[in-house]
Design a protein around this ligand. Structure first.
Ligand SMILES: [Ca+2]
Ligand SMILES: [Ca+2]
Ligand SMILES: [Ca+2]
Ligand SMILES: [Ca+2]
Length: 347
């Protein structure tokens, strides 16, 4: 198989993002690359609207060729994900990556799919774990360093007739076992979690996770918090700053020059992008140091963290909403342009 060495673009009627950042259309939060069927070739994992009505949103796997996606698997309607979100990672004993799909919310009278783990069996992705817990936000974390990821999610346990988006959440760490989800740790919060992502913030090989939080009464808004997990303390909050951001559009931990940083892209136009250095204090808590310097390597690494990366093709992927003209030309109603950028241009 050959890949275009030049940049190339695909136009697709796509929807979806991973479960970490609700407002994001950044490729790093929207698409996945992993070998999910164990054939040694990486799949491109995405969601797409069905062509026929009623419109559903289905998970698909494709192999990437130059300027073309070859669909190798498509979910049936029974496996539709609605407005769910997905993550890709190894969450069980076999070496392949699984897909973890979260349903977004729970309302009276609405079908709830819960959180599902999909594994490749035979020639199909099938549900191997399920939980009726609706998770608005989630991330994969390795809390014990065994290279199997646990699932961190923010669950809203009650049913609501109306969904405000500010319902108090319970943070949970679950492990996927042959018998389904096993809850390891829980922490009840008095406010909501809008988004959640993970990374090893102090370089010890154990993941931490971080959240964007708010409350119905507005007393908590744009709060960024960091949580550490260990057997002794369970889930422990090690940083929180209220009104740090307006509203998060994208956030991610990334490495640059041997240190860990947090990139926060806010919906606010006045201060859209901030990079923080994460620093652990002697008492185990963290502080975030805003980086004001125009360090080109740091900015470069921050931008790369917004893109998805394909190991097989050595391309970064970024997404852009099509222009009105492009949508007219392609005949697509909601068009996103996928741009593959050769990795060697970014070394
Ligand atoms: Ca494969
Ligand atoms: Ca696995
Ligand atoms: Ca683990
Ligand atoms: Ca760590």
């Amino acid at each position: 198989m050959t890949y275009a060495s030049e940049n190339f673009s695909l136009y697709r009627e796509l929807f979806m993002k991973s479960s970490s950042t609700p407002m994001s259309l950044y490729a790093a939060d929207s698409w996945g690359f992993a070998d999910v069927n164990g054939d040694g070739m990486e799949e491109f994992i995405f969601h797409e609207y069905t062509e026929d009505y009623p419109k559903d949103i289905l998970l698909k796997l494709a192999h990437v060729h130059a300027e073309e996606l070859e669909i190798v698997w498509s979910a049936t309607r029974e496996l539709r994900t609605g407005y769910g979100r997905f993550l890709v990672g190894n969450v069980d004993g076999d070496p392949e990556s699984e897909l973890v799909v979260f349903s977004g919310r729970r309302m009276v009278g609405e079908t709830l799919f819960g959180t599902r783990v999909f594994n490749w069996r035979g020639d199909e992705l099938t549900t191997v774990g399920t939980d009726q817990l609706p998770a608005k936000a989630g991330a994969l974390v390795d809390i014990d360093g065994d290279d199997v990821r646990e699932i961190a999610f923010a669950v809203v346990p009650k049913r609501f007739a109306n969904w405000e988006g500010t319902e108090p959440a319970v943070l949970m760490i679950c492990r996927v076992t042959p018998n389904g989800f096993e809850t390891r740790y829980k922490l009840e919060l008095p406010h909501a979690v809008q988004s959640l992502n993970s990374g090893d913030l102090n370089g010890d090989g154990i993941d931490e996770f971080f959240t964007e939080e708010n409350s119905y009464d507005g007393s908590v808004e744009g709060q960024i918090a960091i949580y550490a997990v260990d057997a002794e303390h369970g889930i422990r909050r090690v940083f929180a700053q209220n009104r740090l951001v307006n509203r998060v559009r994208f956030f991610r931990a990334f490495q640059s020059q041997g240190s860990t940083y947090l990139l926060i892209v806010s919906a606010s136009n006045s201060v859209p992008i901030t990079v923080y250095k994460t620093r652990q204090l002697s008492n185990g808590n963290y502080e975030l140091e805003p980086q004001h310097s125009h360090n080109p390597q740091l900015l470069h690494d921050a931008v790369l963290s917004t893109m998805a990366y394909s190991q097989d093709t050595k391309h970064y992927l970024r997404t852009q909403r099509c222009s009105v003209q492009e949508e007219a030309d392609t005949g697509l109603r909601r068009c996103f342009k996928l741009e593959w950028l050769p990795g060697e241009n970014y070394q």
